[in-house]
Design a binder for this molecule. Structure first.
Ligand SMILES: Nc1nc2c(c(=O)[nH]1)N[C@H]1C(S)=C(S)[C@@H](COP(=O)(O)OP(=O)(O)OC[C@H]3O[C@@H](n4cnc5c(=O)[nH]c(N)nc54)[C@H](O)[C@@H]3O)O[C@H]1N2
Ligand SMILES: Nc1nc2c(c(=O)[nH]1)N[C@H]1C(S)=C(S)[C@@H](COP(=O)(O)OP(=O)(O)OC[C@H]3O[C@@H](n4cnc5c(=O)[nH]c(N)nc54)[C@H](O)[C@@H]3O)O[C@H]1N2
Ligand code: SF4
Ligand SMILES: [Mo]
Length: 713
């Protein structure tokens, strides 16, 4: 077996380089430089038209990830004493390939699972999906985007026939007269996007925010709707009820551009203001103001974040907001329409190219024969040899171990031990695997259970493409050299595939090589990237998909003339409110909801290693209202022991008027005793299989003073 050669990406590093931030879907342009040849620095790229030079605190401290002392620089293997110890690449690769082969021989290919990520470049996401189907032959390939964008994606596909988070560039926000932002705290989660909201405000526009908390974003709003967690569907139907009652709907638009409104009109008949007020906690006057502002605006946008989406009725909830936007005739007009704010760095591209259990590249479906045939031809295999649909993310993780049937798992780009709902269950399941292999640049709570860790390049050390929250395909560029001993995710997949006897299908040494095959695989699909080249991305500051030919301009705006269903019409869906998987009761009397801090990213695996960020937010805090705190005898800094039907975790109390009296909010960026996912409910949406991160019933089991080690900063 020949040793893997270093990727071209690493050989072409430069002393000053334009690339993009490692973290969120805003994918801010950054300029990396090495003043005096020393440590790398990151500055906002004034030339990139999405962030215009702005960054958030995570972006401008991102260079600390390079050269970080916690970096994994050799493969690690579990010793007989149970410790992870350095190993040679060949040994680690052989061990994992042998393990996969053994599991396959004894239990069949379905006993191996793959878990991918919205952090991966398009090239890697594509290759991982191909690896699952061709090199391993398993249907069980899913990824953390299932926990993130799947409900919005499901609703977009149903209503519009396409899932592109924003059907317009973010700059359109500045020209919208009214925006309803539902359960997105963009001031903390996409900070540089606020420049467009600021311009919108300066242009006389209005912002409405629906959130159980007066979040940093809600504080900037003209109207805040402090919804009960899990009640957004009733809110949307209630707004549509009022739009119909006040004759604010656009009958001409409904007739010419949509189908299915009559069933929706009937479905919302019972959502009168008193009922909606009871379910959502939002007053009738606020409901009326909200719907009038939206209806009377020439351009109005409804944008959703994870608040309404991460619910066991997330798809129906998003559909209810799309119904409202369609009924008001707002979709496809300038600076107007419905959008969802994608979260992960490649949350958009990552959900298009075959990481999903039911998907093939180009947003094709693995159960559709014509789709299988196209992709099989590009891959040079018999369509019948492709596996069928596999298990969704939580179901896959919940099947790990001998009783679940999945005995081996390869994780690339997710810290499932922290990020999964009911994480106590998932940690036990990881422990019960025959084989756990993890590709990552850093150790985390998931690789703590691994048999093998492959140390891989990180963002500024590799080439590839990412697709930002607008659907703009951009280039991640290699600025820095990787530490010796580290290789790429692409190299790991090639070397494993070779050992599994599929080397000829994975003979890629760099992202540009993968991109050429990837373009062909997407050609003719809904997410068609075939006209996109690295050169075009460089020249045009990104290219918006769909882009079916090299002379096609790309598609910054969708829906002006038609929607993507065969008849060109948007589809209404009659949806009705239902309770969350778990509502507060006598035993667990409060709502628990979860989300993010400005300073940390997702499971915190990266940002907890950045000193500025760790100092600014050293630990998770449970935000609760002063009245609730008084009833519990808690004060700022007290330790709250929270309990749900699934587990128990501890947080410092953060007493604040900015949250409803019946709700406790906790961020999910930490593991250990401060892991809120020990508490969350894995109730899944029937369509998207999204877990209910945003609603669980919780009780405060104990309140105690902090110990000396726990004194909050
Ligand atoms: N700083 C930072 N930025 C990030 C990330 C990060 O971890 N940290 N992660 C990135 C990723 S992957 C994602 S997906 C995005 C997420 O971006 P957002 O969707 O903005 O983030 P969240 O904090 O999860 O949720 C948003 C808001 O939903 C509210 N909420 C809770 N329950 C409900 C409910 O039932 N209804 C409504 N209407 N609102 C509710 C919460 O109070 C919270 O303020 O952020 C991206 N950007
Ligand atoms: N309670 C609660 N839980 C949640 C959520 C919530 O709102 N509340 N939100 C959910 C959402 S929206 C998301 S997106 C998930 C995110 O949570 P996770 O899936 O855990 O994602 P991250 O923490 O971003 O990244 C995990 C790992 O990927 C590694 N990584 C980054 N880039 C690469 C790469 O290119 N290659 C490889 N091999 N590794 C890489 C990082 O170093 C890190 O260790 O959490 C979900 N969990
Ligand atoms: S907004 Fe997102 S992409 Fe921009 S600097 Fe912050 S984390 Fe990075
Ligand atoms: Mo996400």
């Amino acid at each position: 077996m020949s040793a893997p050669v270093a990727s071209l990406a690493v050989l072409s590093h430069a002393a000053r380089c334009r690339t993009h931030c490692p973290y969120c879907a805003y994918q801010c342009g950054v300029v990396m430089s090495q003043p005096g040849g020393g440590a790398w620095t990151v500055a906002g790229d004034p030339q990139f038209p999405v962030n215009n030079g702005q960054l958030c605190i995570k972006g401008w401290t991102a260079a600390e990830l390079l050269g970080n002392p916690e970096r994994v620089t050799t493969p690690l293997m579990r010793t007989t004493a149970g410790k992870l110890a350095p190993a040679a690449w060949g040994e680690a690769l052989d061990f994992v390939a042998d393990g996969i082969r053994r599991i396959r021989a004894e239990h069949g290919p379905e006993a191996v699972g793959l878990f991918g990520s919205g952090a991966l470049t398009n090239e890697k996401a594509y290759l991982l999906g191909k690896f699952a189907r061709l090199a391993v032959g398993t249907p069980h390939m899913d990824y953390n985007g299932r926990f993130c964008m799947s409900s919005a994606a499901g609703a977009g596909n149903k209503a519009f026939g396409i899932d592109r988070g924003l059907p317009f560039p973010v700059s359109d926000i500045a020209d919208a007269e009214v925006i309803l932002l539902v359960g997105a705290n963009s001031a903390d989660t996409l900070p540089p996007i606020m420049q467009w909201f600021d311009r919108q405000k300066a242009n006389g526009g209005r912002l409405i925010v629906a959130d159980p908390r007066r979040s940093a974003t809600a504080r900037t709003a003209d109207l805040h709707l402090p919804v009960t967690p899990g009640s957004d569907l009733a809110l949307a139907n209630g707004l549509l009820f009022l739009a119909i009652e006040e004759r604010l709907i656009d009958e001409a638009y409904i007739a010419s551009r949509t189908v299915g409104f009559d069933a929706v009109r009937s479905a919302v008949l019972t959502y009168d203001p008193p009922r909606v007020e009871r379910i959502t906690g939002v007053r009738e006057a606020a409901l009326r103001t909200c719907v009038r502002w939206l209806a009377e605006a020439e351009g109005a946008m409804i944008l959703t974040g994870r608040g309404p989406e991460q619910q066991s009725k997330g798809v129906d909830t998003v559909l209810a907001f799309i119904n409202l936007a369609l009924a008001l005739g707002k979709v496809g007009r300038p600076a107007s329409g419905f959008g969802t704010l994608t979260g992960q760095g490649n949350g958009q591209g990552g959900r298009e190219h075959g990481q999903k259990a039911d998907q093939l590249p180009g947003y094709r479906l693995i159960e559709v024969d014509a789709h299988r045939a196209h992709v099989a031809k590009v891959w040079g295999v018999d369509p019948a040899s492709l596996p069928r649909k596999g298990k969704s993310a939580y179901e896959l993780l919940d099947s790990l171990g001998p009783d679940g049937g999945i005995r081996g798992l390869l994780v690339m780009g997710s810290n499932v031990a922290v990020a999964s709902p009911h994480a106590g269950n998932i940690i036990n399941r990881l422990k019960s695997l025959d084989l756990l292999a993890v590709c990552d640049a850093f150790l985390n709570e998931t690789s703590a259970e691994a048999d093998v860790v492959f140390p891989v390049y990180q963002w500024a050390e590799e080439e590839g493409t990412m697709t930002n929250l607008e659907g703009r395909v951009i280039r991640r560029r290699a600025a820095a050299a990787s530490p010796p001993g580290v290789r790429g995710d692409i190299d790991v997949l090639r070397e494993l595939a070779t050992r599994l006897g599929a080397g000829d299908k994975f003979a890629f040494h760099s992202a540009p090589e993968v991109f050429e095959e990837f373009r062909r695989a997407t050609a003719g699909g809904t997410a068609d990237y075939s006209g996109i080249t690295y050169d075009r991305i460089d020249r045009e500051e990104g290219v918006f998909w769909p882009c079916p030919a090299e002379d096609h301009p790309g598609t910054p705006r969708l829906f002006a003339e038609r929607f993507h269903h065969a008849d060109g019409k948007a589809k209404f869906h009659a949806v009705t409110h239902r309770p969350a998987g778990e509502e507060p009761d006598a035993d667990y009397p409060l709502y628990l909801t979860t989300g993010r801090y400005k300073e940390h990213y997702n499971s915190g695996a990266q940002t907890r290693l950045v000193s500025t960020l760790a100092a600014a937010q050293p630990r998770p805090r449970a935000q609760l209202h002063p009245h609730l705190a008084a009833r519990l005898g808690a004060e700022r800094g007290s330790v709250l022991v929270l309990e749900t039907r699934r587990g128990r975790a501890e947080f410092a109390a953060d007493v604040s008027h900015d949250v409803r009296q019946d709700t406790i909010f906790v961020p999910f960026h930490w593991g250990g005793r401060g892991a809120v996912n020990l508490l969350t409910n894995p109730a899944l949406d029937p369509t998207s299989r999204m877990p209910e991160y945003k609603v669980a019933a919780v009780r405060v089991a104990a309140v105690r003073p902090p110990t000396d080690q726990e004194v909050p900063a």
